[in-house]
Ligand binder design. Structure first.
Ligand SMILES: C[S@@+](CC[C@H](N)C(=O)[O-])C[C@H]1O[C@@H](n2cnc3c(N)ncnc32)[C@H](O)[C@@H]1O
Length: 303
């Protein structure tokens, strides 16, 4: 029989970080008497590259099989009105200027194996992203920069807990003026749609955000980076911007709900959950990244 090992590494007021493979930790968690369903599983799994990368990414069919194995586990973990939001980076076919369809196949595999509903697709646009793949974009100039990735929102039903009031954005100057004047150019649009006064000039306390989220990781002075540099720890190369994590936590959960990141890396998810007073559980297979992630918290207790 395979010997499975993992351990809790540190805890904070709201959460716990586990060191090990998420498959092992989660199967065990499901059978624990203190099991509590997950309200939001937010994560960026290892990317489906067609070539092996530093943290042991699987390729092609193996990746799809592995994702297919995770679907039913995630399903059992999730609260009936819970959500999964996961980011999958882009991938290219090796040696040719052709986009891989593996990330899309991975989405379909996860959706099918967990029998999930696809609630919505999000784009995470990073304007500061460096040009890649270098060969096709910079050298031969036959492709343009890949500057967004997709986040997929899945759930057990098409009606998971969600409230876009919690993620309202500041109104544009134009909208602020409109609300002040109370005058809206109401009436029939070319589409035959009739727009009433009240629906558009009413102050709802902020604008409804779109599914294109813009963020970049250009801040070189945050606590995490400083801590890693001071302690000579490896900085995680694929950190999720905290604004993106925070957006989904506010949109899809309430205070004290439980948030899981099974591929936590530098634990951006746990840290945002902590700030927003949500309970969290994070899992990471690389001890180096866990050591660095401690720098995100003011009072992490080593276990
Ligand atoms: C894309 S990174 C996540 C980065 C994270 N969102 C952040 O903001 O730092 C994926 C992480 O999954 C970890 N990983 C890979 N396979 C794993 C597994 N089976 N269980 C747990 N973690 C794993 C890798 O070490 C890597 O740190």
């Amino acid at each position: 029989m395979e010997i499975v090992s993992y351990r809790k590494y540190y805890k904070t007021r709201f959460g716990e970080m586990y060191f090990g493979k998420c498959e092992d930790v989660l199967l065990d968690y499901l059978s624990r008497p203190d099991f509590k369903p997950i309200n939001l599983l937010f994560t960026s799994p290892p990317f489906p590259l067609n070539r092996a990368k530093r943290y042991g990414n699987m390729t092609g069919k193996d990746y799809l099989e592995w994702i297919g194995m995770l679907g039913p586990i995630f399903k059992r973990l999730l609260a009936t009105d819970g959500s999964i939001v996961f980011e999958l980076g882009n991938a290219w076919e090796p040696g040719v200027p052709a986009h891989s369809t593996l990330p899309i196949e991975a989405l379909l595999e996860l959706k099918k194996s967990g029998d999930f509903s696809l609630c919505q697709e999000f784009i995470y646009y990073n304007p500061a992203k460096l040009p890649s793949p270098i060969e096709w974009v910079n050298k031969r100039r036959i492709r343009v920069k890949d500057s967004f990735t997709r986040l997929w929102w899945l759930s057990n039903s098409p009606y998971p807990k969600a409230n876009n009031h919690n993620v309202k954005e500041e109104y544009s100057q134009q909208m602020k003026k409109l609300i002040k004047s109370g005058k809206y150019n109401s009436g029939k649009r070319p589409s035959e749609y009739v727009i009433g006064e009240s629906s558009f000039s009413k102050n709802n306390g902020g604008a409804i955000p779109s599914n294109v989220l813009i963020a970049s990781n250009t801040n070189s002075k945050d606590d995490y980076l400083r801590y890693c540099k001071d302690n000579e720890l490896e900085i995680h190369p694929a950190r999720m911007p905290k604004e993106i994590v925070g957006f989904f936590i506010k949109f899809l959960t309430d205070e004290n709900d439980l948030i899981l990141d099974p591929f936590a890396g530098s634990n951006t998810t746990g840290n945002e959950a902590e700030k927003l007073k949500r309970q969290w559980m994070s899992i990471e297979a690389s001890e180096n990244y866990i050591k660095g992630s401690i720098g995100r918290f003011q009072s992490a207790q080593l276990l």
